[in-house]
Design a protein around this ligand. Structure first.
Ligand SMILES: C[S@@+](CC[C@H](N)C(=O)[O-])C[C@H]1O[C@@H](n2cnc3c(N)ncnc32)[C@H](O)[C@@H]1O
Length: 336
């Protein structure tokens, strides 16, 4: 199936170290003629691999494979109606990628708080081989790496090319990997090391089709003494969303105790703790975020349902600012 230049550009406009199934691209510099089918019009002008120019057709065939996977819904872990990318980047995260950090960072204090929690829970030190699975835009990996200064780049795995492309400027501390948790767990991608000392998944576990199996596969990648952290929201959310959204969240969100159980079944010892951070957000900004479907859950509502929901939010919260606790479960597991 031919790909349009726009779709290919979406996949290739990445100028940072890039790990793909076939190896690690140190820098991928690609120019494309946009529009029309790739077969007819897409032209890769230059690919620099480790500073050397290489045959661009290899890069094109990789991009085509990646897009083919994206078009198929990519992996078992990504249901069609909640695809991370969708055709031409039209899926939930493909649409959201550009605004993700703006919506989800909440505030520098929140990012620093969460990154500190991750660093502490995983007892990270510079010699650790670290992976952030479902890293998205690298919002937390970047902050964690800034604090830890790891000797090995943090592997930032995500199945959404659009999200990964937001990892931003080349960083010696981050190594993007276009792969789902399932790809990593089932050994379908080349990794820079055989075992990891620390792996985390933050707000990703609800996307896994078979969390027990995938978490077992990720657990098997831990070195002796290795740690795996799952950060997730509890099923009951104290968010200022409309009632139907809160109810749907509760129906679909896995129970943290169940996730801890899966990790124990995989042979790890676990601790489950909860922590919360107070969020303050303007009502108008919050309504804009809801309208933009900043949570994947909101992608399951129609435009009309969202507008009705926003009216309900405004009626329930008449003040200009919303103040509420963002509560997270931290499931920390360790291989003895
Ligand atoms: C809510 S975002 C969280 C991103 C990041 N962990 C953070 O906290 O900023 C969820 C991320 O999970 C990714 N994702 C969806 N399905 C996945 C899967 N099966 N395996 C790994 N990541 C997945 C999405 O592409 C998206 O980047």
């Amino acid at each position: 199936m031919p790909f349009t230049g726009v779709e290919l550009a979406c996949c290739l406009q990445v100028e940072c170290p890039f790990v793909v199934a076939g190896g690690r691209f140190d820098r991928l510099c690609v120019g494309l003629v946009l529009g029309g089918d790739l077969e007819a019009e897409g032209v890769v002008e230059q690919v620099l691999l480790g500073g050397l120019e290489v045959d661009p057709s290899g890069a094109v065939s990789w991009a085509c494979r990646a897009l083919a996977q994206v078009r198929r819904g990519r992996t078992a872990g990504v249901p069609e109606d909640n695809s991370v990318e969708g055709v031409g980047g039209a899926g939930h995260y493909g649409r959201l990628a550009r605004d993700f950090d703006r919506y989800w960072a909440y505030s520098p204090a929140f990012v620093a708080w969460m990154a500190g929690r991750i660093t502490h829970a995983l007892s990270l030190s510079p010699g650790d081989r670290i992976a952030d699975i479902g890293a998205g835009t690298g919002l937390y990996a970047r902050e964690v790496a800034r604090a830890v200064r790891p000797a090995h780049p943090v592997v930032c795995a995500d199945p959404s090319p659009a999200m990964l492309a937001r990892l931003n400027s080349p960083s010696p501390y981050l190594a993007p990997l276009l792969a789902s948790a399932e790809d990593v767990a089932e050994g379908r991608v080349d990794l820079p090391c055989e075992r990891f000392d620390a792996v985390w998944l933050k707000e990703v576990v609800h996307h896994l089709a078979d969390p027990a199996r995938t978490l077992a596969g990720l657990s098997a990648l831990l070195a002796p003494g290795g740690r795996l952290l799952v950060v997730m929201r509890p099923a009951t959310l104290a968010y200022p969303l409309f009632p139907a959204a809160l109810a749907r969240f509760q129906e679909s969100q896995p129970d943290p105790a169940e996730i801890a159980h899966h990790l124990r079944s995989a042979g790890l010892t676990t601790t489950l703790t909860y922590a919360e951070h107070e969020l303050r957000i303007g009502l108008d900004r919050h309504c804009t975020m809801v309208r933009a479907r900043y949570m994947s859950l909101l992608s399951t509502f129609s435009d009309g349902e969202l507008e009705e929901g926003i009216q309900q939010i405004r009626a329930a919260h008449p003040g200009p600012e919303l103040v509420f606790p963002d509560r997270f479960a931290f499931i920390c597991a360790r291989r003895c």
